[in-house]
Design a binder for this molecule. Structure first.
Ligand SMILES: [Zn+2]
Length: 511
């Protein structure tokens, strides 16, 4: 069997897209889950973008042992140096540097001649190699680069020491047969290509990211760059779960190819990324959508009962989907909770565990049955609050159609100081949000507000998702969970505000 390397860029290309930003502890949790999922390379961020980005990449480099930790750098010395420093603690590390090579980008964006571009590639790949033995080079807008010049650029990168050549379809313009031909052309015409890995990075503007990636693999690419749930700039990147399950389910077609992904962790990874970024997964989304394995129509059910393979090409268990399981109850202790959380991928101890346990006790008192989904919701909600600038201490509401709605909210800042505000409003959520505004004092606009139940039943926990925008037009998504819908609403709003406060002016880039 030959291996196709899975390079996950959820924390770089995914996280940088508008509204998806994650805080430090959320990034760490995603990285831990990606390691469990078995991705070969984690692109942990773009270290030079901001001090917070650097810190997150550095923390992930210290923590993750099994996957290679990669940082992205433009082909400039300052970026490469910052990346090398950030990934230094990693057991396995890689610098990923890029330079646009299409005439369009060279002329209008970089204002650089082709010769100057080749020189820069040579110098910067060499510099990266002097700091790290594993270097990946990407010719940005590769799919729209003149073929002959693309070969030259790639040969230059190989000579300078790049071990992986990543071909991005930066703007999602290519079609499968066209993109496959680009890969075949590279294999045939680039000197020294046999000694390096060809990688692809496809965007989904025309809905072809996964198709283009799989065709590239068929034509000789051995690394695919992708993200969980396909999140990313604009229409997103190739979805990891679709690429992996495509290769697995169609083993007959992709002869002798395999990945190191533990597919049983796919569903959990999808849920984690969705709940932390606040990007919902559409019910009809391939592999991880809630309808993806629901065979409801009568004809299908009959067929499946007779023989599963009549309509099912994959099994729900393959991606780790299982029915709700009743796991803990009101008499379960701290150790039982810690143990179950660990099985679900959350390592809580000390103060974090105390906080989670206190919340679990309240939940178990109010809700008869506690499922894995409840624990996951609670754990993710706790992660959002770790080292957050503001956390919610209490919410007291007056509501209904007899008295004027009002809310008293108590928030605590990082230093442990508590602030109280009591405000009237049009409804309970309006009043509570006004109270939060009075304490935090950040000017934002509420764009979207949505609520979902975690499990079935009227006593289910609620998860509230809000999207807000700042004065400079940036949008942020927040989530919060609780048995009480108003408390969940306040948590989600404070989560979004924490993201606003935590994001310094980040440098944005496309690849
Ligand atoms: Zn990209």
């Amino acid at each position: 069997m030959e291996k196709v390397l899975i390079f996950d860029t959820t924390l770089r290309d995914g996280e940088q897209c508008p509204g998806a930003s994650l805080n430090h502890s959320e990034k760490i949790q995603v990285a831990k889950q990606l390691e469990k999922l078995g991705v070969d390379i984690i692109e942990a961020g773009f270290p030079v973008a901001s001090p917070d980005d650097w810190k997150a990449v550095n923390a992930i480099a210290k923590l993750v042992k099994k996957s290679t930790i990669c940082g992205l750098a433009r082909a400039v010395e300052k970026d490469i140096a910052a990346t090398a420093e950030a990934i230094a603690p990693a057991k396995k590390k890689r610098i990923h540097t890029f330079l646009a090579t299409s005439d369009l980008h060279l002329r209008y964006k970089l204002k650089m001649s082709r010769e100057e571009a080749l020189e820069r590639i040579s110098e910067m790949v060499r510099y990266a190699r002097s700091l790290c033995s594993d270097v990946e080079f990407s010719p940005e807008d590769g799919s729209r680069t003149d073929a002959k010049f693309l070969y030259k650029a790639l040969e230059t990168a190989i000579r300078a020491g790049a071990k992986t050549l990543n071909i991005p379809d930066t703007v999602g313009y290519s079609t499968p047969s066209e993109f496959g031909k680009i890969i075949m052309g590279i294999k045939k015409n680039v000197k020294g290509v046999d000694g390096v890995v060809i990688s692809v990075h496809c965007h989904n503007d025309l809905g072809l990211a996964v198709a283009n990636s799989l065709e590239a693999v068929k034509c000789g690419a051995r690394q695919v760059e992708c993200t969980i749930n396909g999140i990313g700039e604009r229409a997103g990147n190739a979805a990891l779960e679709e690429v992996v399950m495509g290769l697995k389910t169609r083993k007959d077609y992709f002869a002798n190819l395999t990945t190191s992904i533990n597919t049983k962790e796919i569903f959990r990874s999808s849920k984690l990324v969705s709940s932390l970024t606040g990007f919902p997964v559409a019910p009809n989304k391939a592999i991880v959508g809630s309808n993806a394995f629901a065979h409801e129509s009568g004809i299908h059910q009959h067929g499946i009962l007779a023989k599963r393979e009549t309509y099912e090409i994959m099994q729900a268990q393959d991606i780790g989907l299982s029915a709700n399981r009743l796991v803990l109850g009101k008499h379960s202790g701290r150790a039982a909770l810690a143990n179950r959380l660990k099985q679900l991928g959350f390592d809580f101890s000390g103060e974090e565990l105390d906080k989670a346990f206190a919340r679990f006790k309240i939940l178990a008192d109010e809700k008869k049955e506690i499922f894995d989904e409840d624990l996951e919701t609670l754990a993710v909600d706790e992660i959002r609050e770790i080292a957050a600038m503001w956390s919610v201490k209490s919410v007291d509401i007056q509501a209904g159609n007899k008295r004027k709605p009002a809310a008293e909210v108590i928030l605590e800042n990082l230093a442990g100081k508590r602030f109280t505000a009591k405000v009237a409003g049009v409804g309970p959520v309006d009043a509570a949000y006004k109270a939060v505004d009075k304490i935090i004092g950040e000017e934002v606009k509420l764009l979207e507000f949505g609520m979902n139940a975690v499990t079935e039943g009227i006593d289910a926990q609620a998860v509230v998702t809000v999207k807000i925008s700042t004065k400079d037009g940036r949008s942020y998504t927040g989530k919060g969970a609780d048995n009480d819908i108003i408390v969940a609403s306040v948590r989600s709003y404070v989560n979004a505000l924490n993201k606003v406060l935590g994001s310094a002016q980040r440098m944005q880039l496309a690849l």
